[in-house]
Every structure is written in structure tokens, then in C-alpha cells.
Unconditional design. Sequence first.
Length: 227
Amino acid sequence: MSIGLRGLVFVLMILLGACATQPAPVIVYGPPVDYGPPGDPKNPPQGTFQPNAYLRLCPGMSVSNAPPHDSERWVIDFNPVIVVGQIVMASVPVNDVCLASGIGYRAGRMHEGIDLTSRPPGPVYAAAPGRVIEARWSSGYGNQALIDHGHGVYTRYAHLEYFDAGVFPGAEIGYGQPVGQMGATGNAEAPHLHFEILTGDYNNSQGSKGLAVHSPFGFPAYDFSGY
Ligand SMILES: [Zn+2]
């Protein structure tokens, strides 16, 4: 029996913004997910994470490789829940962050991911359900976790201060479950999350370095109209 959880996990909340940093109404919701039968080990429960509906470039910061944004630095047509191949995921797996860097050349070097930061540093969540295939130190990335979401889609979470107890190679992880804490391990000047959406086949001679990295801002929004 396969029970779709999609209807159950769709929660729509509208918060009328009185906060100076989020002047626009904020719509938050979890992406619809279908893990398969309840109780299946490959059916980890989803966490309580709900992505923010809007994303802003970090104030007072010259943001390299910024996606299109308006005069108040809000990312135009930001999609909090996107479709990457056959995977529905949160495009920004942290709450109340600003965008410090996009993907592209930065100071003469390719920046293969997006940088997200908040003060104080916050928890980092799994962008979609999957299986942890790496949770270890890597030069440059510091403490980094890599999640295999199936169908050739992966996400990487780098510069973590620490890993959550449930994050180890082989662990199944649900959407919105904690991965760790935003940190500044590896090549990072200040606490932030370096986040990558990757596609390809991990079983290549270069492992995760052999995967293709994509900007979260280039994928279509998940269509919630059926829910
Ligand atoms: Zn980065």
C-alpha cells in the first residue's frame, strides 16, 4: 500500500509581516513529498522545517553572482519549493537567511554553490528526503554532508559547525530533518551555509566532484495547485 502524504504535509500559512527584515507577507509551507508506505525504513518522517517564501540579498554586502533582484534586493520570482528532475525540494534549506553569494565566478574563481547566512547561525535542514552518503571533513568545505535524493539528484551542505546525530553515511533522512548547524569550518571567513544542488552519477572516478552543480534559482517552482 502506498499512501501519499502530499495532502497531509501541505500547510499554508500567511504571516502579515511587521518585521523590518521581512516587510512582505511571508508564505511558508513544506513541499509535498511521497516517501512510500509509512513504517518503511526508506520512509523517514519529515521534519518541521518550513522554508521562507522570500529571499533577499544580504544587506550592505556586495553579492557576487546575484540572481535578478529588485531595488530592495529581494530575489525576483524566488521559488521556495522547486522541482529538480523528479525531486521536489526546498531551494533554500535554512530559515531567515540572506543570500551572500550565488553561483559563478567570484574573484576569479568559480563558486560552485550558493552561500546563505544568518546571525546568529541557524540549523540546516535536508532539502528533500534521501540517504546521507557523506558526512565528513573535506578540505575547503569543512564539515560537509552529501545527501542522495535518488534519480541522480544530490545536495551538499558545507561549512557546518557540526553534524546532527542522525547524519552519518547510510542514514535515511526525511525532508526538513536537521543536518547540522551553520558554521565556518573549512574555507569560510564567517558562519554560513554553502549549499549545492548536484546532478549526475555519484559512482564516477571523482565522486561528488564529478557531479554537475546547479543554481537553485534556475529550476521551476513546484506546482501546488493540485493540493
Ligand atoms: Zn560558498
